[in-house]
Every structure is written in structure tokens, then in C-alpha cells.
Ligand binder design. Sequence first.
Ligand SMILES: [Ca+2]
Length: 358
Amino acid sequence: MPLMNLRRTAYLSILIAMLLVGFVIGYLYTSSNLGTTTITTTISYTVFNTVTNVKTLTVTQTTTVTAVETVTLQPSTQTTTVALKPRVTLEYPSNPWSSADFNDDGAPEVFVEVNPWNVKSYKGVQRVVIDLLSRGIEVYIDVEDVNPSTWTNGYPEIMIGRKPWGKSYANGYGVPFPMRVRDAKPFIVSFYICLERYSPDMNLNIAADAWIVREPIAKSPGTPPGSGDLEVMVWLFSNNLNPAGNKVGETRIPIALNGTVVDAEWEVWRMDSVTWGGWQYIAFKPKNWKHVCGYVAYNPIDFVREAAKYATFNISDYYLLDWEIGTEWGTISSRGKAELSWRLRDFVAIPGASIPRP
Ligand SMILES: [Ca+2]
């Protein structure tokens, strides 16, 4: 077949694929209010695949199609072709955090932070690269002489919403933070994460972190949490590390791992009042399973509802402020040293979708 025909065929295939993707996304958003769990399962899978495809197709087009046959493209296919700085490097301490606007519409989807919140001094490198085209981050930590040498020194992360200490929200995905717990609607966070390298003697997890705070704290951005507020974590993996406090129970909450919904077993850990700020802490830790490399999707509100059962105070009128994904790393068992690299991509939050039990 002549080269031009081959190209045309390729472009046509891409266009058809993108129209299909657009249709699926459209279907997802219009049907996200239907409310029946059966429907939302199917949808969450579609999106999980869709996001991967959109990335591939868009990147392919950036260099070729726009120059040759711009007219034949749908407007929606060109959204990420120009005007982006595709990679942004954050380095501690010079440039430790940034917002990221994946679709260049002026509303940030996420914040990204190096976040060595419990490091007073160290030697080495702490770097996080934001990759806008893959909607992801790459984390690189290689440090020694870390002081204090403790269980958790830092938490490099990507997040939606706002931490209590933060002034503004990253709500570009449309999850309506702050969400009052009693009215909270489901949403899905979906991403690919791969822990590529870590020193076996260090302390480490892969975990989500979230803040559920009293109304006055929620309504005054920048106010730190304290006694009476709640921090919730959802772990996927750990190495030489357990959650703070004690194990107070076990439960099952569904999670999609590499496209399959699992009725996963979780240990529930609680510390009634943390010594570093006074708030309550509840963590969900995998029981006899782990996720180190691959796709993940779950509904954070499932964990919020379960945490409400274990909290020692009533959180129905509290507000969920954010959802963070990262790795807590520490150096107490590795005598001040840590080497760590991982990547996360295809990060998306989908309001209205949920994961049913398999
Ligand atoms: Ca945006």
C-alpha cells in the first residue's frame, strides 16, 4: 500500500478510536448520576482503559497529524497537542511543590509535592518529575545522613483537593471537595503505580492519605488539624512499616487491581490521638496481599464510610478535604539511608462512579 494511504488509514483509525473514546467518556459523564452499582462497575473499567488509550493516541498525534491534516480532526482531539510544558521537575528544597493542569484549562487537576515533612537535615537528592502527558509523576529519592532517623521522614505525593494547611483546592477533576461526610457522593481514583526500586532495609509504604476535619477547620483554609480531627490512610504495600496505633479490626472493601475487582481484606489500625498533632488516625492495611506495580481503582468514600465506624467520635458532619497518593519513606531501620524510585501515571478521579463488591 502506498505510504500516504497507509498514513491515511492510520489517521482514520486513530480518529475512529478517539471518537469512540469520546463517546465512552460522554456516556460515562452522562450516566454517572444513574446511581445503580451495576452500571457504575462497567463504567469504571471503561475509563480505566480509556485513559490509557487517550494518552497513547494523543502523544502519537502531537508530532504527526496536526501538521498534515488538522482540518479533519475533531476539536476534542487536539486538546493536549500544544502549549504544554510536558515535564516539570520538582526538587527539594529549591522547588518542592507545584500544581498541575493536565488539560490546560486553567483549573489544576492535582498538586504534587516532594514533602519531606519529617526531615531536618540530609545529604542527597529528593526529586519528583511531573509528566503532564501521562498525567503522572516520577519519584526519585537517594539520601543518607537523614536526621532524624525515624519511621516516616517524607511522603512524596500527588493529590486532589486541599490539605488542611493548604490555601486552595485542586478540583479540576470535578470531585467537589470539601465534601460533608453525611452527603458524600462516590467517586473513583484510578491510576497506574509501579515501585521500581527501594533499599530493602528502609521503611516504606504505598499509601493514600486523607483529611476529614471539623467544619471550622474545613471552612478556614490554612488551619492545621488537631484534636477532634481525623486522618485516614489506605495502604497498598508496606516494607518494615506498620500503621500508627494498634490493630482494631478487619474488614472487606472492594478494590480494582489490574482491571479485576477484588473483595479485598483489610486490617484496620487506629491511634486515638497522634503524638505529632493530636488528631485521630485510622489506616486500612492490606491483609495478606500487596500491590507493588500495576493499575489500581477504588472509591475513597467506601473507606470514609468504614472509617466512620471505627472513629471514636461522630464524623457525619465533618468534611473530607482531599485524597493523596504517595509513599511514606523512613530510615529508622536503614540508619539514615534511603533509596527509592517509583512512577505513577494515568491518574484520574471520576465523580459519581463507584466500585461494587465482586
Ligand atoms: Ca485542568
